[in-house]
Design a binder for this molecule. Structure first.
Ligand code: C5P
Length: 408
C-alpha cells in the first residue's frame, strides 16, 4: 500500500452523521498503521451512530464534538486544532455536510474547522444513491472540486438502506491509500497526458457490433495516476461503464475511427500518449441500415476491412508525443512486445499476459515494460498500483527525452 506519505502526518478526521460512520472507526486504526497522528472531530449527528468514546479510544486523543465545549476549548481550542491539522479528511461526508461546506457555512465545529484551516480538505461522500445522484449534491460537489477539495469515492454497490447504486463509503484501506496518494511527488506537473482506454465497438447493423473484452480499467487507472502526479489528463474512452477519474477530461468514443480522430486531434498538444485501448483491428465493410435477418438455414459472411492504426499514425508524425503502447499477449509476451516496439516505432511498450486471471477483466495485472534500453518487470499488483509505477517511469522517460534533445 502506498501509505508511506502519511508517516508522522497530522490528520484531522471529521465524522458526519451517516450509517457509514462505523467504518470511520476502522479508518482511525488504518491511518494509525500508516503512521499518521489522528484527531477526530464529529458532528452531533455522527455521535448518534458511533460514540465519541470509540474514537477517543482508537485515536488516543480526546474527540471534539461542539464549538461550545468549554473544557475542550481550554485544552486545544478549535483554531489551534485547525492549525494543528496538516490534512483534513471527512469520512463519511453526508450530503448535508457537503452542502454546508460548499456554501462556506460555519454552523458547527466541523465546518468551522474546515474554514479555519489552511490544510487540504478531502471528503469521502457516503449516502443513499438517490441523494448522491441529486442535482443539488452534484452541484455542491462540483463547487467543492473547483475549490480544490479532494473527493474520494464513493463506490457503487449495495447500500445499508437496501438500495443498490453509487454512494457507498470507500473501504478504510482505500481511503488511507487515497489520502497517501495526495502526497505523491508531482512528477508530471505541467505535462499533458493523453490516454486511450477500453474497447472499440464496430457496428454491424443497428443492434449488433464487433467488440472485445477490454474493461478499460487499466487505462482509467493510468488516467487517475497521471492526475495524482500532477498531469493535465485527457482520457479518450471507448464504451465502458467506469466513472471518470476526478480531474481528467474525458472524451467518449465508440468505433476505432472515432477513437483515431479524437486521439489525433488531442495528440497535437500532448507530451505523451498512452495507448491502453484495445482498438478493434477490423470493422465491417458496410454497416447495414436495418437489422440483418436470417436467411433460411444458411450462414452468412461478414466482409471486414482494416481499421487505421492509431499508434502507427502518431509514430509517423514529425512532432510526436512520447508513445507508450500496450501489448496484450497470450504467449511469448516479451518477444512479441519487443517486435511491436520496433514495428510501430514506439518509445515504450507495456506488455501483459492475458488469461489465467490476469489481463482484461481482472483487478490485478502485471506488466513487462520494454524499451530500447531493456526490460523492466512490474510484478503482479492492483491495476491502480501498476498505473502509478508506469506513470513514474513515463515521467522519467519524458525527462530523459528532453535532456537528450537539449544535448543534441
Ligand atoms: O498491434 P496490436 O494491436 O497488438 O498493438 C496494440 C497497441 O496498439 C495498443 O497500445 C493499442 O492501443 C494500439 N493500437 C492502435 N490502433 C489500432 C490497434 C492497436 O493504436 N488500430
Amino acid at each position: 500500500m502506498a501509505s508511506t506519505g502519511l508517516a508522522g502526518r497530522r490528520v484531522l478526521l471529521g465524522v458526519t452523521g451517516g450509517i457509514a460512520a462505523y467504518k470511520a472507526a476502522e479508518l482511525v486504526r488504518r491511518l494509525g498503521d500508516a503512521g499518521a497522528q489522528v484527531r477526530v472531530a464529529m458532528t452531533e449527528n455522527a455521535a448518534r451512530f458511533v460514540t465519541p468514546l470509540t474514537f477517543q479510544a482508537l485515536s488516543g486523543n480526546p474527540v471534539r464534538l461542539s464549538l461550545w465545549d468549554e473544557h475542550a476549548e481550554a485544552a486545544m481550542g478549535h483554531i489551534e486544532l485547525a492549525r494543528w491539522a496538516e490534512d483534513i479528511l471527512i469520512a463519511p461526508a453526508s450530503a448535508d455536510f457537503l452542502a454546508r461546506l460548499a456554501h462556506g457555512l460555519a454552523d458547527d465545529l466541523l465546518t468551522t474547522l474546515c474554514l479555519a484551516s489552511a490544510a487540504p480538505v478531502h471528503v469521502a461522500p457516503a449516502m443513499n444513491q438517490q441523494m448522491w445522484a441529486n442535482a443539488a449534491t452534484q452541484a455542491n460537489l462540483a463547487l467543492l472540486r473547483s475549490r480544490g477539495v479532494g473527493v474520494f469515492g464513493p463506490a457503487a454497490g449495495s447500500q445499508a438502506c437496501g438500495e443498490v447504486g453509487s454512494g457507498r463509503l470507500l473501504e478504510p484501506n482505500e481511503l488511507v491509500e487515497a489520502l497517501a496518494n495526495t502526497h505523491r511527488p508531482q512528477t508530471l506537473a505541467g505535462r499533458r497526458v493523453l490516454i486511450s482506454a477500453g474497447p472499440t465497438y464496430e457496428d454491424i447493423d443497428p443492434v449488433r457490433f464487433l467488440g472485445n473484452r477490454s474493461s478499460g480499467r487499466m487505462g482509467f487507472a493510468i488516467a487517475a495516476a497521471a492526475v495524482e502526479a500532477g498531469a493535465d489528463v485527457t482520457l479518450v474512452a471507448g464504451p465502458v461503464h467506469l466513472p471518470t477519474p476526478a480531474g481528467a477530461q474525458r472524451i467518449d468514443v465508440r468505433s476505432a475511427r472515432e477513437m483515431h480522430a479524437a486521439v489525433m486531434r488531442a495528440a497535437e498538444s500532448a507530451d505523451v500518449y498512452v495507448a491502453a485501448a484495445a482498438v478493434g483491428d477490423f470493422r465491417p465493410q458496410e454497416i447495414a441500415a436495418h437489422k440483418i435477418k436470417k436467411r433460411g438455414d444458411g450462414g452468412m459472411t461478414l466482409e471486414l476491412t482494416q481499421n487505421p492504426d492509431i499508434l502507427a499514425d502518431l509514430a509517423a508524425l514529425p512532432r510526436r508525443p512520447l508513445l507508450v503502447g500496450f501489448a496484450a499477449e497470450t504467449e511469448h509476451v516479451e518477444a512479441h512486445a519487443r517486435a511491436k516496439l520496433e514495428r510501430k516505432g514506439l518509445d515504450l511498450v507495456a506488455a501483459n499476459q492475458v488469461g489465467g486471471g490476469l489481463g482484461f477483466e481482472a483487478d490485478d495485472n502485471c506488466l513487462t515494460l520494454i524499451d530500447h534500453d531493456g526490460t523492466t518487470h512490474l510484478p503482479t499488483a492492483s491495476k491502480r498500483e501498476l498505473a502509478r509505477q508506469l506513470v513514474d517511469i513515463v515521467a522519467q522517460r519524458l525527462e530523459r527525452r528532453e535532456t537528450g534533445a537539449a544535448r543534441r
